[in-house]
Design a binder for this molecule. Structure first.
Ligand code: OXD
Ligand code: MN
Length: 589
């Protein structure tokens, strides 16, 4: 007798979720409602539908099988920080680092925008889990969206569908994210966060960070708020496993502002001159950090995919990424070459013939690929994927590295004296702005812990929380600061970067293990030239000297300006951080 295939039972839909979906349905009036299961068939059907409408363009099936190009509206190409709000009851809880709106006002404004907004469209219910589905550190959410492109991206970036729904039914609570592309009108575009209600409302944009609500909105802004209440940290950090030639593995977390090379560092390929090292990727953008029972700090990557910057991704800058995006990848706002392959600066195919807006390429119109063009790809396609990315308990962190894009001042690397000095080092991160957000590029701005756009509450309280978490760790990670972007007077980079950055990581781990030396400087511990393994590297001695120098007068100015910045946090600025700042200034005097 032929056996019938056993269909898995659809998971139970929690009443609170059904009620919310019904409420949103009444408000937005969609033509239909689709509960996403996360299955292959569902993804294939959505892809076919978008391709039939011309919204997803199939790429060369021989060289980029299973891959598509999506072109966003030309006015919708980056995160929009000026219309991103944190809506806490008290304005002081959002802090001077966030745009704030009173929650009732924000709700009313958003309800008005959402009223009838999904007429004629499908309302997709997207249950998702941030973190391994069986991890106690994972947290779930549900995004309601009217964009099938968002659904396909969320399926790559998160554990999406039935498994997440089953966990939500078990957990009870979930973050509520409501999204509509609206009319893509920049004047009617808002990204609102309600941390006290664990809710997000995003209207008028279809772009990544504004629309894939699991990422920046949930896993950083809302999660940082949750993390403060629950005693952990949600951070803008990559996570890597570093296997040394002697067979030891260390795990490192590193925070850099957007488009400063987190994905490249997370997928680093060791240079030939450093044999025996292996770098494996756990995450490239977000880390959730929890004090563990053994007094160490444990990390998970809440995401399951990469939403990476395409321009600059090349076989020399990041071969792992370059190979990874040769199939089953969604490209957004790249150009096309004559072979219908995606093109950006660094791509190796023929020259661009069609620009990111679909026009015949003409340099007079600007770059062929948008500078913030992206790829969305499953982490499992990464040749350097670390199996620990799925470990429910996370990985113990040996070192935390902060960094920014600074053409002057910050040396190649220095080490904080201890955790609380490290909090000051993180709070002092500054970086030149990039195309990841709208606004001017190349302007130096403070970006504490690379979280300026993402901390869901007052930075004063956030630094206090960092100090509190550190006090609970009996074996805290060491904290470092790096700068790959130092330039000479002629604008040339002093450090080769990319794979060579492993030389700096080697020193970092040598400090962790107590095997490599350092000299004491007013800003922290720094390697002398002989503490770095520079074998096989041709580096001008003058450049090296500059990379490893500290200019006390310039640093006094830097910390005096940081002290002025801190003033805006008033009595929310923790005493511990003030004391660290005064101590550095005293050392610099
Ligand atoms: C990102 C960003 O997309 O930081 O990761 O903008
Ligand atoms: Mn990021």
């Amino acid at each position: 007798m032929a056996t019938q295939p056993v269909m898995p039972a659809a998971p139970h839909r929690p009443a609170a979720l059904e009620a919310w979906v019904n409420e949103v349905r009444a408000l937005t009036s969609p033509a239909r409602v689709h509960w996403c299961t996360g299955s292959e068939e569902e993804a294939a059907a959505l892809t076919r539908e978008l391709a039939a409408r011309g919204e997803l363009l199939p790429l060369n099936p021989a060289t980029f099988p299973g891959s598509y190009l999506y072109r966003s509206s030309p006015n919708d190409v980056a995160r929009v920080e000026h219309v991103t709000f944190v809506c806490t009851r008290s304005e002081r809880d959002a802090g001077p680092n966030n745009h704030w709106m009173a929650p009732e006002l924000a709700r009313r404004k958003m309800d008005d925008l959402f009223r009838g907004a999904m007429r004629g469209r499908t309302l997709y219910v997207v249950p998702y889990c941030m973190g391994p589905i069986d991890s106690p550190y994972a947290r779930c959410g549900v995004e309601i969206t009217d964009s099938a492109y968002v659904v396909l991206n969320m399926r790559i970036m998160t554990r999406m569908g039935d498994a997440a729904l089953a966990r939500i039914a078990r957990d009870g609570g979930f973050v509520r994210g409501l999204h509509s592309t609206g009319e893509l009108d920049p004047e009617r575009r808002f990204i609102m966060h309600f941390p006290e209600e664990l809710a997000i409302m995003s209207f008028g944009s279809g772009y990544g960070g504004n629309a894939l609500l699991g990422k920046k909105c949930h896993a950083l802004r809302i999660a940082s708020w949750q993390a403060r209440q629950e005693g952990w940290l949600a951070e803008h950090m990559l996570l890597v496993a570093l296997d040394s030639p002697t067979g030891e593995t260390h795990y490192v977390a590193a925070a850099f502002p957007s488009a400063c090379g987190k994905t490249n560092l997370a997928m680093l390929i060791p240079p030939a001159a450093l044999p025996g090292w292996k770098v494996r990727t756990i995450g490239d953008d977000i880390a959730w950090l929890h004090p563990g029972p053994d007094g160490r700090l444990y990390a998970i990557n809440p995401e399951s995919g990469y939403f990476g910057v395409a321009p600059g991704t090349s076989p020399t800058s990041n071969k792992n990424a370059y190979d990874m995006i040769r199939h089953d990848t969604i490209f957004t706002n790249v150009a096309l070459n004559a072979r219908n392959e995606p093109w950006w600066d660094g791509a190796t195919g023929g020259p661009p013939v069609t620009d990111w807006q679909g026009r015949p390429f003409d340099p007079a119109n600007g770059p062929a690929a948008h500078p913030n063009a992206r790829f969305t790809v499953s982490a499992r396609q990464n040749p350097s994927y670390a199996r620990e990315a799925d470990a429910p308990a996370g990985v113990p962190i040996s070192a935390i590295i902060f960094g920014g894009r600074r053409r002057s001042l910050a040396p190649l690397v220095y080490e904080a004296r201890d955790w609380s000095h490290g909090v000051l080092v993180g709070a002092g991160v500054a970086s030149e702005t990039t195309a990841a957000a709208t606004g001017k590029v190349g302007v130096l701005r403070r970006d504490p812990m690379a979280m300026k756009p993402f901390a869901g509450y007052n930075f004063g309280d956030y630094w206090h929380h960092w100090l509190t978490v550190g006090a609970r760790l009996t074996r805290p990670p060491r904290i470092f600061h790096v700068n790959w972007f130092r330039q000479d007077a002629g604008g040339h980079f002093l450090w080769p970067g990319f794979g060579e950055n492993l030389r700096v990581l080697e020193w970092v781990l040598g400090r962790v293990d107590g095997t490599l030396g350092a000299r004491d400087t007013p800003i922290g511990f720094m390697p002398a030239a002989e503490d770095l393994d520079l074998s096989g590297l041709t580096l001008d001695p003058k450049a090296l000297a500059e990379l490893l120098s500290v200019d006390p007068a310039a640093w006094r100015e830097e910390y005096t300006s940081l002290a002025r910045d801190f003033e805006q946090y008033g009595d929310r600025l923790p005493e511990g951080l003030k004391a660290e700042l005064e101590a550095v200034l005293a050392r610099l005097a």
